[in-house]
Ligand binder design. Structure first.
Ligand code: GTP
Ligand code: MG
Length: 333
């Protein structure tokens, strides 16, 4: 069942949450609630997929079955390469007689999609004191919103003290927007003077966290500068400046990708990961898109794990990504 905050984050002294069978009834209920919500969020992607699955895997299998299934997955933005691999594998297993029947094929399809959605280390280590998390991404993909939601959840779910740093100094409104989120989340906030250098703001935020003994520092960055090269250079610089205070930092670089942009999100992720090492993705705006399959395409083609998903505009609308749940919520009616 749904992965919990304690499974995503490695925290000193806190064991991962119990397995489904051992979990307390209220934990089980909470996880079931989270899964229901995820299914609801993925409704648009799922509806398109499940009707094709019903019409293909539950009928007589033919070349057309596999073509239609491929089309449905591509429509959900799973990506041509990833789709070909999954459908090819399923077709082989079906024709070699390993599996038969719509239900078994759907189950196997879910497993294959879940395997693909997993990539590398998908947890976030919060044991460094403080842990520095850098949040990057194209403008409007949800960086500032994610910083606010993440700060709140870290306090709420894991009792961590958090400082957020407004290193998007390109727009004054960006700084104010983060300040509002920091107030909502009840966390520390560091900004610089107008038009401050983003690196110096990041530096100050890390220094403030060390001085105050905060557990986590989350740095918001700009999504748009005069040119894309400027943006990448600035990001690399912010990273270097942070590293001057704590050589291992940033410990985590999260890239926000707007799920509604589909394959374009994949291109953005590739570009950013060439400028700075990206350790995880936050797939935002999964509520209300029929293109949820992009999570699979990015994990598969770039090998970067999705760690969090954004499912709305409110403080609580962020959650750990769970590959199995995600695959199941995509294809089960
Ligand atoms: N529905 C929905 N909206 C979201 C989600 N995440 C962010 N948004 C909305 O997307 C818009 C842009 O979010 P921001 O957090 O400002 O994005 P940003 O990446 O910081 O943008 P810049 O600072 O301009 O680069 C806002 O209106 C958010 O409310 C999400 O998960 N779901
Ligand atoms: Mg922003």
């Amino acid at each position: 069942m749904a992965r919990d905050w304690r499974d995503l984050f490695i925290v000193d002294g806190a064991p991962p949450s119990e397995s489904e069978s051992e979990a307390a009834p209220e934990t089980q209920e909470r996880r079931r609630g989270m899964f229901r919500r995820l299914r609801e969020n993925l409704r648009k992607t799922r509806q398109a997929l499940t009707s094709e699955i019903q019409a293909t895997l539950f009928e007589d299998l033919s070349d057309e079955t596999w073509e239609r299934l491929e089309e449905a997955l591509i429509y959900a933005d799973v990506g041509a390469k990833t789709t070909a691999q999954v459908v090819g594998q399923l077709e082989r297993e079906a024709t070699e007689g390993g599996i038969s029947g719509g239900e078994a094929l759907t189950e196997r399809l879910t497993e294959l999609l879940a395997e693909i959605a997993r990539a590398g280390e998908d947890r976030i280590d919060l044991t460094p004191q403080p842990t520095v998390i850098l949040v990057a991404g194209v403008n409007g993909t949800g960086k500032t919103t994610t910083v606010g939601k993440l700060a709140w959840h870290l306090g709420q779910e894991l009792g961590q003290t958090v400082v957020v740093g407004a290193a998007d100094t390109f727009r004054a409104a960006g700084v104010e927007q983060l300040e509002v989120w920091a107030q909502r989340a009840g966390v520390g906030f560091v900004k610089g003077p107008p038009n401050a250098d983003p690196g110096s703001v990041a530096f100050d935020a890390v220094a403030a966290a060390r001085r105050d003994g905060a557990d986590v520092v989350i740095i918001d960055t700009a999504g748009r500068l005069h040119t894309q090269d400027d943006l990448m250079a600035e990001l690399a610089k912010v990273k270097r400046v942070i590293g001057k205070q704590i050589p291992e930092a940033p410990h985590e670089t999260l890239l926000t990708v707007d799920a509604t942009t589909g394959q374009n999100g994949l291109r953005q992720a590739r570009l950013f990961s060439e400028a700075v090492p990206v350790s995880g993705l936050v797939l935002t705006k999964l509520d209300g898109t029929a293109k949820g399959g992009i999570a699979l395409a990015i994990a598969q083609e770039l090998g970067i794990p999705v760690k969090l998903i954004g499912i709305g505009e409110q403080l609580e609308d962020l959650r750990p990504f769970d590959a199995s749940d995600f695959a199941r919520a995509l294809v089960t009616q």
